[in-house]
Design a protein around this ligand. Structure first.
Ligand SMILES: C[S@@+](CC[C@H](N)C(=O)[O-])C[C@H]1O[C@@H](n2cnc3c(N)ncnc32)[C@H](O)[C@@H]1O
Length: 358
């Protein structure tokens, strides 16, 4: 996602962001084009640390303070009259989303593992992607009922020979780890999550709200911590006798390439199965499927399963989002519509222009 390249000016970043937003959010495309030429807003952005000048952080913070819709005149007025308040929100918050629909692409890799499962999600956000067994699934007519009948149904259209699960796995323990956990029981955190969804992203906001409502009935535990340093201590808390699965989705773009390698070495040292769901160039060594624009690659243990390239292809296909399996934004009923979960992100250096959509 463009817009976070620390090597170029804020105006250039906003123009690059506008190009990316063209198909996804006309409202954000138009705002970003206007901000790139607005001296007062650029001056305000210049007063913030470079990593806090991101378009999606500015627009999310404006929505947080103003409500919707944020147009250019309201944004200018906010910067003119309440720049301290706006800066405070931008300094306190991060560009974080939590997309429950990603459970639908990870589930087929999770379901065949020996039960019961103990799950650790690193970069779990609010923990919505820990709740595989609460949601229901509809893979183009292949339906699986979740434990919470009021939780959303996540719809996916598999393309290619995707190994679809017959049932949900038994999950005996789960925990998230995040630099900045969001609390589903906090109205402010929930509002921030919803402000991070871009205008024009179909039913994503409704799906988020339904997943949050389900999570509030039995909130997931997400610990504050860094995936680079705090994973082994959390893994040590997992119950014996369960299959420990460490996984992450749309997270490693936030850490430098060197730190991704350090993280990979840490996970490999644990008695755990490792599932990663990241952009194609994020974890080196994972084969990239031949689909154009595949946003995510699902891999097990940092590689294709030894000796089973067919399965590897299936898993890669499954994880590649729009191209191989399409997540539809509808949360309960109606025809499956194309779409893929994605989120604004702000990688600290490196890969600012990678193809990964989170
Ligand atoms: C794009 S969100 C993805 C959330 C969730 N995995 C999903 O797929 O919806 C990335 C999350 O990673 C977290 N994160 C980034 N760097 C991290 C780190 N070094 N350690 C732990 N969490 C981190 C962020 O705070 C954010 O909540």
């Amino acid at each position: 996602m463009h817009g976070h390249d620390l090597a170029i000016s804020a105006a250039e970043n906003y123009r690059a962001f506008a190009e990316d937003a063209h198909d996804r959010s006309p409202a954000y495309e138009s705002l970003a084009v206007s901000v790139a030429d607005d001296t007062a807003i650029l001056r305000f952005l210049g007063s913030l640390p470079p990593e806090k000048r991101q378009p999606n952080l500015l627009f999310g913070a404006a929505r947080y303070l103003l409500g919707d819709p944020v147009d250019m005149s309201r944004l200018r007025a906010l910067v003119r009259r309440s720049s301290a308040e706006l800066a405070e929100v931008m300094m306190a918050r991060r560009t974080q989303t939590n997309e429950p629909a990603r459970c639908a692409t990870i589930l087929p890799a999770l379901a065949p593992l020996p039960p019961p499962l103990a799950l650790i999600e690193v970069g779990a956000g609010a923990g919505l992607t820990l709740l595989f067994d609460r949601y229901s699934y509809d893979y183009a007519g292949h339906r699986i009922a979740g434990q919470d009948p009021q939780a959303p149904t996540l719809r996916c259209t598999p393309r290619g020979p995707v190994p679809l699960p017959a049932q949900l796995p038994a999950i005996t323990w789960r925990a998230g780890l995040d630099l900045s956990p969001l609390d589903v029981t906090s109205d402010n955190d929930v509002r921030w999550l919803s402000c991070m969804v871009w205008p024009g992203e179909g039913d994503r906001e409704q799906r988020l709200a339904a997943a949050i409502a389900a999570a509030r009935r039995d909130p997931p535990v997400v610990h504050r911590g860094d995936l680079l340093t705090d994973l082994p201590a959390l893994a040590a808390q997992a119950p014996a006798g369960a299959t420990l699965v460490v996984y992450h989705s749309a997270v490693l773009a936030y850490v430098t390439p060197a730190d991704r390698q350090r993280f990979a070495a840490t996970v490999r040292s644990l008695p755990a199965i490792w599932l990663s769901n990241e952009g194609p160039a994020i974890l080196p060594g994972i084969p990239v499927p031949a689909y154009q624009g595949a946003p995510f690659i699902l891999a097990r243990d940092g590689q294709t399963p030894p000796g089973d390239h067919r399965l590897a292809r299936k898993m890669a296909a499954l994880a590649s989002g729009r191209s191989a399996i399409t997540k539809a934004p509808q949360q309960t009923s109606g025809p499956a519509a194309p779409g893929v979960g994605n989120c604004p992100r702000g990688p600290p250096g490196g890969n600012a222009r990678s193809a990964a959509r989170c």
